[in-house]
Design a protein around this ligand. Structure first.
Ligand code: M6R
Length: 608
């Protein structure tokens, strides 16, 4: 996830690009840059750091006036966040300038082809490949060159491109990643999101997938990938600026819950083949080393620990390797038995949680192989691990983890299947079946999000409930734990997450009328047992809510049933957690709490 902006018109471009990018900082903030294009010159100014750093640099360099340009604020996906990898990127002749949001899935193949023709690359990004492909087509109008590149580039992407000496045209293109045009009077804007231009115009065009758009001061023309001109639909923005920054949602948390289908699709992108194999080249770990592993440990905190719980079930079931999971702050104090045949996986969305870092440092010192799973490129966890697997959720602003959790689940499922594949522990047909099911997750999560209105209605009724229990078994257990944590942290309600079968060993004494018990019963091999446990809660007066798969006959045990699309055990954890995120959200907002900044919490915990 990154933010892109373009401007062409009578104003000083820098006065539009810099504030526009600042309003897109929620999309990424590890580096930023602008390109200012004139008829006789072009400046590219970029830096690692936030928009404040770029604004300072532009002030210092004081570029000559320019009335057109493009800009970018980055959330790294390829290459570390540094000034060289910051956008805009140029082709090796310095004629084409590109800003890009998304992932070019076939960038390795394109880069090899271009390198064989003598092209030189200075950054580690996939974007530079696009610039050089366009540089090869200097005889074509820019809009035609971009159309041809879109036919070759695979993956989800949005582009804004300019050419040296052509300050009156910006060409944009979109597949998967968002792109909108702002229509002004004698000026036009291009951006990843509306806030970038909302102070200048409310007239806009949403660029559809597989479209190329040519933006000039007085015209906007949209083409499909066959080159046919399309009549775009013009819209008027009704939101104010604050609502626009949240994509029209009242809070970042709700926006991020709604971004999950996209984030999951991005996390899967390029990591599975059409024939249902998992490809994780990025790990760069010798397969013989992975085959020599005899024990796995997963360490994490908070929500990431719940992803570790799911990972234990997945890795043990799929690879038959023994897996231990640890709350990261406990790991090194229990003196775990580690050696060079141990694999330690650290999960942390921020990659900066000190407890998790301390655990992986300890593991490395004992000779274990460390894989970091994080959402932040070049975070401490990424730098200090032997290998990294990134979730691609984009920046998460709400303190409560939502899209970073579901993408962690997906990343750990990919890693589990990959280990099984490399070690020959699983029938390839079964891997293929599970991969196929994972590819359906974005759509299924979208369906689960649609249950929000019903959950909001229930949450209003429960405004005064003091005690919640969240129960599940097997793969449903981490989902229940996460449901309880969400409710505690944003709604300030006492909520216990428990293994459903454990209730009878003590906590059932707390069950009485007025307690709400949320059961998760999507894991088919334990579902019947979970339902019996829910009967036990009902018999003692609790109100029963059940998360169950569409079409599953759950009898009359529950007062309310929340349906989610069916999926195989463990894979369906991704979908099952969504109603619980929404439940916590609506209980909290019914109490008028600040869900994005809950009390006493920090997004990243860097103290022990
Ligand atoms: O950045 P990390 O994933 O390492 O963070 C771990 C926990 O601090 C985090 O998951 C915390 O529990 C969140 N508030 C969950 O919503």
């Amino acid at each position: 996830m990154c933010g892109i902006v373009g401007y062409v018109g009578p104003r000083q471009a820098v006065d539009v690009l810099l504030p526009g990018l600042s309003r897109l900082e929620y999309r990424g903030y590890d580096s930023a840059g602008v390109a200012l294009v004139r008829s006789d010159s072009m400046d590219v100014i970029k830096t690692v750091g936030r928009m404040a750093d770029l604004t300072g640099l532009v002030g210092k360099e004081s570029p000559a006036p320019a009335h057109a340009g493009v800009g970018h604020t980055r959330w790294a996906t390829h290459g570390a966040p540094n000034t060289v990898n910051a956008h805009p990127h140029l082709d090796d002749n310095g004629d084409i300038v590109v800003v890009h949001n998304g992932i070019i899935e076939n960038w390795r193949a394109l880069k090899s082809e271009l390198a064989a023709k003598g092209h030189r690359f200075v950054s580690d990004t996939d974007t530079e490949v696009i610039a050089n492909l366009l540089g090869e087509m200097s005889d074509l109008p820019l809009v035609e060159a971009v159309r041809q590149v879109m036919l070759r580039a695979e993956g989800a992407l949005a582009l804004a491109v300019m050419r040296r000496g052509e300050p009156d045209v910006i060409v944009g293109a979109r597949r998967g990643s968002p792109l909108v045009v702002g229509r002004g009077d004698g000026e036009n804007f291009l951006a990843s999101d509306i806030p970038a231009f909302l102070e200048h115009t409310r007239e806009m065009i949403v660029v559809d997938d597989d479209r190329v758009v040519e933006v000039r001061p007085d015209s906007v023309r949209v083409f499909d990938l066959e080159g046919n001109e399309i009549e775009p639909e013009h819209r008027k923005v009704e939101w104010d600026l604050e609502a626009a920054e949240k994509g029209g949602f009242p809070t970042f948390m709700l926006k991020e819950i709604n971004e999950q289908p996209h984030a999951i699709a991005d996390t899967l992108l390029g990591r599975v083949t059409g024939s249902g194999r998992v490809v994780l080249h990025e790990l760069e770990v010798d397969e013989d080393v992975l085959r020599s592993i005899d024990k796995v440990f997963v360490v994490a905190c908070g929500t990431s620990y719940h992803a570790a719980m799911m990972a234990k079930y997945a890795i043990e079931r799929w690879t038959r390797l023994p897996v231990e999971i640890d709350i990261a702050s406990e790991f090194r104090y229990r003196d775990p038995v580690l050696d060079d045949r141990s694999l330690v996986i650290g999960i942390s969305q921020s990659g900066e949680t000190i407890d998790t870092l301390a655990a992986v440092r300890y593991a490395k010192a004992q000779g274990a192989l460390v894989i970091g799973v994080t959402n932040v490129v070049d975070s401490a966890l990424a730098r200090e691990s032997d290998a990294v697997l990134y979730t691609r959720a984009g920046p998460e602003i709400g303190v409560a983890a939502t899209k970073t959790f579901t993408t962690q689940l997906v990343a750990m499922q990919l890693l589990g299947l990959y280990l099984a594949q490399v070690r020959g522990a699983m029938d390839p047909a079964r891997v293929e079946m599970l991969v196929g099911e994972m590819m359906r997750l974005p759509e299924q999560v979208q369906t689960a999000i649609a249950s929000g209105a019903e959950i909001e209605r229930l949450a209003r009724v429960w405004g005064d409930v003091r005690d919640f229990f969240f129960l599940g078994r097997s793969g449903d257990f981490p989902v229940a734990m996460e449901g309880a944590l969400k409710l505690k942290e944003i709604a300030y309600v006492r909520a216990e997450g428990y293994a459903a079968g454990e209730m009878k060993h003590g906590p059932i004494a707390l069950i009485e009328k007025g307690v709400v018990v949320v059961g998760v019963a999507t894991d088919s091999h334990v579902r019947a047992k979970t339902l019996s446990n829910m009967e036990e809660m009902k018999a003692r007066g609790a109100t029963i809510v059940l998360v169950a798969e569409e079409g599953d006959d759950v009898g009359d045990v529950a007062d309310h049933v929340i349906r989610v699309p069916p999926g195989p055990d463990l894979i369906c954890t991704v979908t099952a957690v969504v109603p619980l995120q929404l439940l916590a959200y609506h209980v909290a907002t019914a109490k008028e709490l600040d869900v994005d900044k809950p009390r006493n919490l920090a997004k990243t915990v860097t103290v022990e």
